[in-house]
Design a protein around this ligand. Sequence first.
Ligand code: SAH
Length: 217
Amino acid sequence: MIPYPRADERSRMVEHQIRSRGITNPRVLEAMRNIPRHFFIPAPYDKSAYEDAPLPIGNGQTISQPYIVALMTELLDPYPEDRVLEIGAGSGYQAAILSMLVQHVTTIERIPAVAELARKNLEKLGLKDIDIIVGDGTRGYPEHAPFDGIIITAATPEIPQPLIDQLTVGGILVAPVGGREIQELITLSRNESGIVRSSHGGVRFVPLIGEYGWEET
Ligand code: SAH
């Protein structure tokens, strides 16, 4: 891949924000180095694209902090043959990172204008094998199920049961679970005998709004 502009800033981001906090998966670090985060952030905030923070993308939504994207991606343990579902496309950055690491990404976004922004951004990078669906992702996407990985990038009070049902045996789901303001990053791993749940620290996401998430206020 020809390096996109601002490659030095991305290298520094990976060293000082991501590797230094314990992310080690070399494929994840490489994807974070390659994908130009500033493509996914509208002006004027694109200038701050390689800072250690979430940023506004319009419609009251945000692009996640780079470290959190890297952490959730590493927790998903992505392999090239995997098929992954993302809930909450936002401007498409997490989907772009995933598409470098797995065979196919389906991403769902409830706000049509935000989904359109994701579509344009992913098209600009020529990224294929990503389906962007407009709708309520709390119901999952039975048409493409089951998934080897499911990542919810909005805060949910509980993990929606339809998503658990759409995970393969051996699959992993990553989600911020808790209140509307602060949450805990949770992974569920499905194996032959059931589900193993673990916690990976505190996070802050915008709310997941839908049938199995929060009500719109
Ligand atoms: N993954 C994004 C960050 C997303 S922010 C990134 O890579 O930066 C969370 C997104 O979830 C918002 O765009 C919001 O509109 C969307 N969202 C909230 N509830 C949803 C639902 N039920 N289904 C799909 N998308 C949802």
